[in-house]
Every structure is written in structure tokens, then in C-alpha cells.
Design a protein around this ligand. Structure first.
Ligand code: APR
Length: 247
């Protein structure tokens, strides 16, 4: 593989990047989806059938964020976002499937939360969304349109369209390097981003404990804790190393 000039980077993160900060992943023996039924808390019908349960579930998760701190992998992502434009003149687009706020706590800017965010709520009637630090409830009026019954956590449920897909596809279309960190590669459309990036000629690398379900789509992978593998990679990239010498 020849070394090309790298400018634009897209980073996709998943639950694995926050695991070392004490937030459980979705798919593992002790994962969230082993303890909860997706159809009870993460599909549109659940919100209609039992809104109290759905609000309570996300209220508990939102409250649990208060004492969570970013780890070295989040900090490495933020460092790359801040320093890469000065080193290369290019950009770093950060797309996360995570609904936690650890990228923001690490100092990242313009985080694209494609699956929504716990610290946000929205109204199904008027489409408004706003910052939400406190609990939500089904009877709460929308602060924008005033209607009752449409406020929900700003979480993208299964069967719903992820946020900001046009923005993400525009970034992927001009990316030279695609990094996937701590994601199992089983939930689309995110699992298909590597193929998209490959098709436009990007080098694609994954960082995971083990090979993901789409590992064969990547040029290479760094296997181990993201808090260890990612900071080393970021430092090497920022020091001017050619990307092909890093894997
Ligand atoms: N470092 C790197 N990778 C890790 C670490 C770690 N310390 N710990 C776990 N991982 C990896 C696991 O090996 C696994 O591949 O993180 C991945 C987590 O996978 P999932 O639990 O499936 O999380 P994710 O890929 O983010 O899920 C995607 O599914 O349920 C939906 O909406 C939810 O956004 C979520 C989406």
C-alpha cells in the first residue's frame, strides 16, 4: 500500500470507548441488552405502551453520568481533534453511537451523536430538541410548543433514523482515514461506514478488544484496551509518522 497524504479523518466510536469509564457496553455477558429487553425500552412502541418505564430507564442512565469521567481514549480523540488541523490542514469529524457525554467531558467539540444523547430531550409534536440535565416525564410540557405528551428522551430507538446522516455521509465522502473505536459492528448504518470510507479510498483501522463483526472490511486493527492503543496511535500520527508505518 502506498502512503498518501492524509487530511480528513472520521472517527466512529461505540460503547467500548466508554467501558473503561464504567459505562456498560450493550453486547456482552454483563451488557445492557443482557439485562433489559430492547423491545421494552428502545423501540417506538415501548414509548407508546409504557412511557413511564421508558422515561424512568433513561432518567436512571442520565443520572448515572454525573460521576463518570472520560478515559485516555476519549482524551486521545479530543487531542487529535484539536491538534490535527494544525498538523495537516485537515479535519477530524467525530461520530459517536454513544449517548453518554464523555467525549464532551474530554474536551471534544462538535460531537455528532448519531444515536441521540442522554443530556438532550425532544418533542415529537414540534420536533424541537433542547439540553436536558434533569429527569424527563411523559406529562411534561414541551418548552417550545407547550403541548403535553410529546416530550421524550432524545434517543434514537431501533427502527428510527439515526441523527445527522447527511452530515456524516458528507464527512465520509471526503475522508482519507477512518477509525472505528470500541464498536461491535453489528448495528447499521454505523457498521457500514467502513465500507463507505473504503469506497472513497480511505485507510480504515479498527480499535477493539477483539475483531469486530466487520473486521474484514478494515485494512488493519489494534486489539487491546482503547485507552492504551488509541493514545499511542494518536501520538504517532501527530508526530508525523506515515499511517502505513503504524500498522
Ligand atoms: N477497548 C476497546 N474496545 C472495547 C473495550 C475497550 N476497553 N471494551 C469493549 N470493547 C468493544 C467490544 O469488544 C465490542 O466490540 O466494544 C464493543 C462494544 O459493542 P456493543 O456493546 O455492541 O456497542 P456498540 O457497537 O456501540 O453498539 C452499537 O447498538 O444497541 C445499540 O444503540 C446501541 O449505539 C449502540 C449500538
Amino acid at each position: 500500500m502506498t502512503d498518501k497524504i492524509l487530511k480528513n479523518i472520521v472517527i466512529l466510536t461505540g460503547a467500548g470507548i466508554s467501558a473503561e469509564s464504567g459505562i456498560p457496553v450493550f453486547r456482552s455477558e454483563s451488557g445492557l441488552w443482557e439485562h433489559e429487553r430492547i423491545e421494552d425500552v428502545c423501540v417506538p412502541e415501548a414509548l407508546q405502551r409504557n412511557p413511564q418505564k421508558v422515561h424512568a430507564f433513561y432518567n436512571k442512565m442520565r443520572r448515572s453520568l454525573a460521576d463518570k469521567k472520560p478515559n485516555d481514549a476519549h482524551l486521545a480523540v479530543a487531542k487529535l481533534q484539536h491538534e490535527w488541523p494544525h498538523v495537516s490542514g485537515g479535519s477530524v469529524t467525530l461520530v459517536t453511537q454513544n449517548i453518554d457525554d464523555l467525549h464532551e467531558k474530554a474536551g471534544s467539540v462538535e460531537v455528532i451523536h448519531m444515536h441521540g444523547a442522554l443530556l438532550s430531550a425532544r418533542c415529537e409534536f414540534c420536533g424541537a430538541s433542547w439540553c436536558q440535565n434533569k429527569d424527563t416525564s411523559p406529562g411534561q410540557p414541551c418548552p417550545k410548543c407547550g403541548k403535553i405528551g410529546g416530550v421524550r428522551p432524545d434517543i434514537v430507538f431501533f427502527e428510527e433514523m439515526p441523527h445527522d446522516m447527511e452530515l456524516i455521509e458528507r464527512a465520509l465522502a471526503k475522508c482519507d482515514l477512518f477509525l472505528a473505536v470500541g464498536t461491535s459492528g453489528v448495528v447499521y448504518p454505523a457498521a457500514g461506514f467502513c465500507r463507505f470510507a473504503k469506497n472513497v479510498g480511505a485507510t480504515c483501522l479498527e480499535f477493539n478488544l477483539d475483531k469486530s463483526a466487520v473486521a474484514s472490511d478494515f485494512d488493519s486493527g489494534f486489539y487491546g484496551k482503547a485507552s492504551e492503543t488509541l493514545p499511542k496511535f494518536v501520538d504517532a500520527l501527530l508526530s508525523g509518522n506515515k499511517v502505513t508505518s503504524l500498522f
